[in-house]
Design a protein around this ligand. Structure first.
Ligand code: GRF
Length: 194
């Protein structure tokens, strides 16, 4: 299976995914693309010999469709079977999502359906949750919704800040996403619980 990965920043989840696709793994990364030409994850991908592309969303103003059309050209040139959003911070239109329905994954730093959207760790702290975590789901037109493919849980500890909790969750993201992708690429949609 050919995997394209979309990032917006450091790409630590992309690196975890790429590092997992070795040996007899059923998938290979064929493209890493970003909405930010300055995303440091692009340098990490290039350093691993993976083709990269960047389409600067700031050049398109409010024309989301034009941005996505250009991004799509790069993606389709790589002929991916599966699209993985990994720290990708742009909302995709239903038109884009439809093109990859049933073959696009996203990782979100909360125990969905709790806390879709942003600032998930602060919201968990404010709510006094005893647990937090991350979720991998299939992408549908509704933001941070879609069938759950896996979750990993971490304890919220006394004195936690959003940053300390985010760091604890990120470690689990790097375990969860590769495990979900391995199964998903082999056609197994059984949810992973870590
Ligand atoms: C992190 O906050 C992670 O929780 C979320 O996206 C952000 C950046 O991830 N998935 P990455 O290091 O770019 O993969």
């Amino acid at each position: 299976k050919r995997i394209a990965i979309l990032i917006s920043g450091g790409g630590s989840n992309m690196v975890a995914l790429v590092n997992s696709m070795i040996g007899d793994h059923p998938a290979r990364a064929v493209l890493v693309a970003s909405n930010d030409p300055g995303a440091s994850g692009l340098v990490k991908a290039a350093g691993r010999g993976i083709a990269t592309a960047a389409v600067d969303h700031r050049l398109y103003g409010r024309d989301r469709a034009a941005f996505e059309a250009d991004l799509l050209q790069h993606i389709e040139a790589a002929s991916p079977d599966i699209l993985c959003l990994a720290g990708f911070m742009r909302v995709l239109t239903p038109g884009f999502v439809q093109k990859f329905e049933g073959r696009m994954l996203n990782i979100h730093p909360s125990l969905l359906p709790k806390y879709p959207g942003l600032h998930t760790h602060q919201r968990a702290l404010d709510a006094g949750d005893a647990e937090a975590g991350c979720s991998v789901h299939e992408v549908t037109a509704v933001l941070d919704d879609g069938p759950l493919l896996g979750q990993a849980r971490v304890p919220v500890l006394p004195g936690d800040t959003a940053d300390s909790l985010a760091a604890r969750v990120l470690v689990q993201e790097h375990r969860l996403y590769p495990e979900v992708l391995r199964r998903y690429a082999a056609g197994d949609r059984t949810p992973v619980c870590l």
